[in-house]
Design a protein around this ligand. Structure first.
Ligand code: SF4
Length: 315
């Protein structure tokens, strides 16, 4: 198919995604896209945080989405995004993520999943979409009432609540990933405690929520072999949501990949192959407990394939 903005992903749980921005303003030291762009020479500096878009404005983007939607059937799911944060610093100004969401909500029956580490900005954007959508649906219903009297005016609200999912990435319940002795691992993102707070707000809005616990980085290993722990027990993340009565509707669980590049480019630490074995051992010991905990609560989850392979290897 000849797509201009959408594409089929290779991520096991995700159907479609979109290429609206290039680059990401959140400087995550483990970021696969960042590693890829740096190694391919697309980024001159690993710390690069500028974001660009090939779309000059709203009209051009809408035209591209309409073009792509025409080639697809109903019943797709769109994930925003896998190469940047949907509410990155450029989006604050351009609002292209909202343009995509609004157009897809309007023209299809697809579900849309946003995934952010900047929920402070993201929440207001999503709130705007929800209010706009409800307003339009209400208008349509009013017209319908005049004509048919029996139109269900709650339909608009139910429709958007089922179709729009707001997700956050969170791998640690406290703010440790932001304060390791080798620097902040998610430099320009909202703190973890803030992310939890905004999931509560999104729930109040009536939108479905999901949480990506990926990549779980239980510790970092210093060159002298000293281990600095970040995550003691991943169950604590879900317990925090449970304590606040805001359990997410879906959880994704994934391991740290590209460990060598994370150490050498992100942390600036010489890589030792033994580190990978240490991570594998930790995942095999701790992840099954997390899965049991989720199953006991009937929380829907997806175990990413790389982590599943690690667990199956019975390391
Ligand atoms: S938010 Fe995602 S895309 Fe952006 S730097 Fe972090 S891992 Fe990379």
């Amino acid at each position: 198919m000849n797509f201009r903005v959408l594409y089929k992903t290779k991520v096991e749980y995700a159907d479609l995604s979109a290429r609206v921005y290039q680059g990401c303003s959140n400087f995550c030291k483990y970021c696969y896209c960042r590693i890829f762009c740096f190694e391919k020479g697309i980024y001159k500096d690993f710390k690069q945080t500028n974001v660009k878009s090939k779309f000059s404005g709203r009209a051009e983007l809408v035209k591209a989405i309409k073009h792509d939607i025409k080639q697809l059937s109903n019943n797709h799911s769109l994930y925003l995004y896998f190469n940047t944060d949907p509410f990155n610093t450029l989006d604050e100004e351009k609002e292209f993520t909202n343009v995509v969401i609004e157009e897809v909500l309007k023209s299809t029956n697809w579900r849309i999943y946003t995934l952010t580490k900047r929920p402070k900005v993201g929440f207001n954007k999503i709130k705007k979409v929800v209010h706009e959508f409800e307003k339009n649906e209400l208008e349509k219903s009013r017209e319908g009432i005049l004509r048919f009297i029996n139109v269900d005016i709650t339909q608009g609200k139910n429709n958007i609540c089922d179709r729009l999912w707001f997700g956050i990435t969170i791998t640690c319940v406290n703010d440790e990933v932001h304060s390791t002795s080798l620097g902040d691992l998610e430099m320009y993102s909202d703190r973890n405690s803030e992310r939890v707070k905004y999931i509560a707000k999104v729930k109040e809005l009536g939108v479905k929520t999901w949480v990506s616990i990926e990549p779980i980085i239980p510790f970092i290993v210093h060159e002298d072999g000293k281990v600095e722990y970040i995550v003691e027990n991943p169950i604590e993340i879900i317990q925090e949501f449970e304590k606040q009565n805001i359990l997410p509707d879906l959880v994704i669980i994934g391991r740290l990949n590209h460990i060598k590049q994370f150490y050498e480019h992100g942390l600036g630490v010489r890589y030792n192959p033994k580190i990978e074995e240490m991570y594998n051992k930790w995942y095999v010991e701790n992840i099954p407990k997390l899965l049991k905990f989720l199953r006991e609560r009937n929380i829907k989850f997806v175990l990413k394939k790389e982590l599943e392979q690690t667990l199956n290897s019975g390391f």
